[in-house]
Design a protein around this ligand. Structure first.
Ligand code: NAP
Length: 256
């Protein structure tokens, strides 16, 4: 395989980098020459991702850190650790940390609503804000913030009131950040995956997955690498005039 250099000499932080989509993003970014910071609440899985990058890590440019994106203190500590290790802030972030706690609206507990909003929406806010502040104060004139929303935030889904609300919030947050941060050369975009085969989908009954797979115009559920490819595009100069958009990676499901 010939070496590609779409993200050469870029430093990227990926939350949720220990699993699923986040892990695939780490792998694709490393292939494209980026230095990758894997950040996850699960230290073991973050370290497992780091091991997967070992063939691209002869110069130890990748690293793994523990973070709880729901905590401002933890997110700030992550960025301090990155600064200490690399002497600069990342110029790319991908907020892929996320959870589900599915239940029908009339049975949904307040705690399950709050938890999903805390990780998916507040976590994305904290990472977006902390990176924006770091980039602005460092004087770096370019950045790409990529937030992983969901097609469910646009169209809703049975049993996912909390999740759909959190992901609709991620889109609104990202579009607003794009308007505010454009003057600093910082682009902010969302990726909206459809149904992607990751550990998150393991909780969904096989019957339901088969039903959705049958509805996808491209005829299959997505792979984490499909989403990672979209993130490479949004992180790279190939999208340098694109900000404030939501890129659907759904195989055509629910599009239009
Ligand atoms: P995943 O395999 O479950 O990965 C999510 C990762 O985030 C896990 O490593 C998880 O750790 C970590 N995490 C959870 N809470 C965290 C916190 N507070 N701080 C830091 N990290 C935390 O899920 P995925 O499918 O890759 O999902 C990645 C993103 O894509 C999520 O935002 C998800 O909502 C979104 N998405 C997924 C799909 C899909 O079909 N898979 C579709 C649309 C959107 P633990 O495992 O320890 O909890």
């Amino acid at each position: 395989m010939s070496a590609s250099v779409k993200l050469c000499s870029r430093l990227a932080v990926i939350t949720g980098g220990g699993s699923g989509i986040g892990r695939a993003v780490c792998q694709r970014f490393a292939q494209e020459g980026a230095s990758v910071v894997i950040a996850d609440v699960n230290e073991d899985s973050a370290n497992d991702t780091l091991k997967l990058l070992s063939h691209n890590n002869e110069d130890h440019k990748h690293s793994a850190f523990i973070v709880d994106v729901t905590s401002k203190q933890s997110v700030e500590q992550l960025f301090s650790q990155i600064q200490l290790r690399y002497f600069r802030p990342p110029c790319i972030s991908v907020s892929a940390a996320g959870i589900t706690q599915d239940e029908f609206l009339i049975k949904l507990e307040e705690d399950a609503f709050d938890k999903v909003l805390q990780v998916n929406l507040k976590g994305t806010f904290l990472v977006t804000q902390t990176l924006a502040k770091a980039l602005i104060s460092s004087g770096l004139s370019k950045g790409s913030i990529i937030n992983i929303g969901s097609i469910v935030g646009k169209v809703g889904n049975l049993g996912q009131t909390n999740y759909a609300a959190s992901k609709a919030g991620v889109e609104g947050l990202t579009k607003t950040a794009a308007k505010e941060l454009g003057r600093y050369g910082i682009r902010c975009n969302c990726v909206l995956p459809g149904f992607i085969l990751t550990p998150m989908l393991e909780k969904v009954p096989q019957k339901v997955l088969e039903k959705f797979a049958g509805m996808v115009p491209l005829g299959r559920l997505g792979q984490a690498s499909d989403v990672a490819d979209a993130c490479v595009f949004l992180a790279s100069n190939e999208s340098q005039y694109i900000t404030g958009v939501s890129l659907e990676v759904t195989g055509g499901l629910f599009t239009g």
